[in-house]
Design a protein around this ligand. Structure first.
Ligand code: SDX
Length: 436
């Protein structure tokens, strides 16, 4: 980051001495006012719950222009990556800063492929869960449990360990998600297959059984690979910030990523794809397109706490570019499967059209986000609704790891320790029980 000519001066109406604060510039996007010395100079904190105006770090990985609806991974527009690259090339880009050439791509793919198996003991963790456990409950447990196996890559301060744990996590997430799914349907786990692509191997582990040959559909394989690319990273979102804060204590990478899985599960974040599909099911059950008006009325009624799931975003105040790409993928998959008349897809497009013409959504700049269409295409691929967020976690693991490694690799990083505005009881004495 570069010191700007511009400076910020903070003055106080009570006559306290004003303070000059440096302003820094990045390569693109808003400048930042450096408040690191504010408390020492003024005895005051800034106040920003939800971090609406706070840059918690500097990063060179992902840039979002919320007004333009632009998303860049290491400078490349998401539209170009989703069309010209595959997920493992995108992982290489996010982790190391550059797209791989043919040779590097071969090496990276082989490295990931050779780490897709999990320790045979891992299967015994699953037996502790109820068969109807939510896959994200299982994933939160399994990802944390990886720390119990890979002691040769848990020292976050060792660059070698950081790299091998990144590869292990990217490689093993599909295996763990597929195991979580197989466990809930009582089918045997399928071992990874080194002759299949990353997405093809995941489809095989999910839908193959030992009883017969399973053929990976190239259309579904490509669609899934693109879904992974669209979910790979997204700047300092809630789960990535969780991973950074968790990792800042020096804990091992598997534990930090498990914290990210737990945070992503929430319906305001990665859990929205499951909630969005259930919302569409509910409207469908009520009567479909004719019932959209009634639903929108409920969303606009402040006392209803009903939200249009898959809509709105803290950063995008324009169309989420991933939602556009997801809708295209939806079209391709449904057409390929002869489901272009899929009532839920029709309902979703109608719901989007009505919402985008409604002043309530227009005035609040609420547009579809990545979660609005992702459920429809995952459902068409045959992925059960409760597994949608686990797929999101699978894809986002590379982003979490890249952001964690970037932080740990920054010599300036410190353990994160926010302060507060205290509004509770000031000091008072404990009264004896008889007097309370
Ligand atoms: C993801 O941060 C990331 O980058 C996340 C993510 C990633 O890749 O990591 O992009 C993935 O989490 C996408 C978001 C998925 N969540 C949902 O789709 C859930 C529905 N969306 C909302 O909960 C909400 O839009 C958030 C949480 C996404 C953003 O909320 P903000 O920025 O805190 O905005 P807000 O709640 O203050 O809303 C501003 C106004 C409010 O109305 P008023 O008080 O001004 O009258 O807009 C309203 C909100 O009530 N509003 C909605 C709405 N989203 C916001 N009203 C109805 N339906 C919605 N979806």
């Amino acid at each position: 980051m570069k010191l700007a000519e511009n400076k910020a001066t903070l003055s106080f109406s009570n006559g306290s001495p004003s303070v000059e604060l440096p302003v820094y510039q990045g390569s693109v996007g808003p400048d930042v006012v450096d408040i690191r010395k504010l408390y020492a100079q003024t005895g005051m904190f800034t106040y920003d719950p939800g971090f609406l105006s706070t840059a918690a770090c500097q990063s060179a990985i992902t840039y979002i222009d919320g007004d333009k609806g632009e998303l860049l991974y290491r400078g490349y527009p998401i539209e170009q990556l989703a069309t010209n690259c595959d997920f493992l090339e995108t992982c290489h880009l996010l982790l190391y800063g550059e797209l791989p050439n043919t040779e590097d791509k071969g090496k990276f793919t082989k490295l990931v492929t050779n780490h897709t198996m999990v320790n045979e003991q891992m299967q015994f963790f699953l037996r502790g869960f109820r068969r109807d456990a939510h896959p994200m409950a299982i994933m939160t447990g399994l990802v944390g449990a990886l720390s119990a196996f890979y002691h040769d890559s848990t020292d976050i301060n060792n660059p070698e360990h950081r790299n091998i744990s990144a590869i292990r996590l990217i490689a093993k997430m599909p295996t763990l998600v597929a195991m979580a799914y197989k466990y809930t349907i009582g089918q045997p786990y399928m071992y990874p297959r080194n002759d299949l692509s990353y997405a093809g191997n995941f489809l095989h582990m999910m839908f193959a059984t030992p009883c017969e040959e399973y053929k990976v559909s190239p259309v579904l394989e490509r669609a899934l690979d693109r879904i992974f690319i669209l979910h790979a990273d997204h700047e300092q979102n809630a789960s990535t910030s969780t991973v950074r804060l968790c990792g800042s204590s020096g804990t091992n990478p598997f534990a930090a990523i498990a914290a990210g899985v737990a945070c992503l599960w929430g319906p305001a974040h990665g859990g929205a794809n499951e909630a969005a599909l259930n919302m569409l099911y509910d409207i469908q059950k009520e009567g479909g397109v004719e019932k959209i008006g009634e639903f929108i009325k409920k969303v606009k009624d402040k006392n209803s706490s009903v939200k249009l799931m898959g809509f709105g975003h803290r950063v995008y105040k324009n169309y989420d570019p991933r939602a556009k790409l997801m809708q295209e993928t939806c079209n391709e998959v449904l057409t390929e499967l002869g489901l272009e008349k899929d009532p839920l897809f029709k309902l979703a497009k109608e719901l989007e059209k009505i919402a985008l013409e409604d002043e309530y959504f227009v005035s609040r700049k609420l547009y579809p986000n990545v979660d609005f269409y992702s459920g429809i295409v995952q459902r068409a691929i045959g992925i059960p609704v409760p597994l949608f967020t686990a797929i999101f976690a699978l894809a986002r693991t590379v982003g979490w790891i890249a952001q964690l490694n970037e932080m740990i690799g920054d010599p300036e990083y410190k353990i994160g320790r926010p302060r507060q505005l205290f509004t509770g009881s000031v000091k008072r004495d404990v009264q004896p029980l008889a007097k309370r």
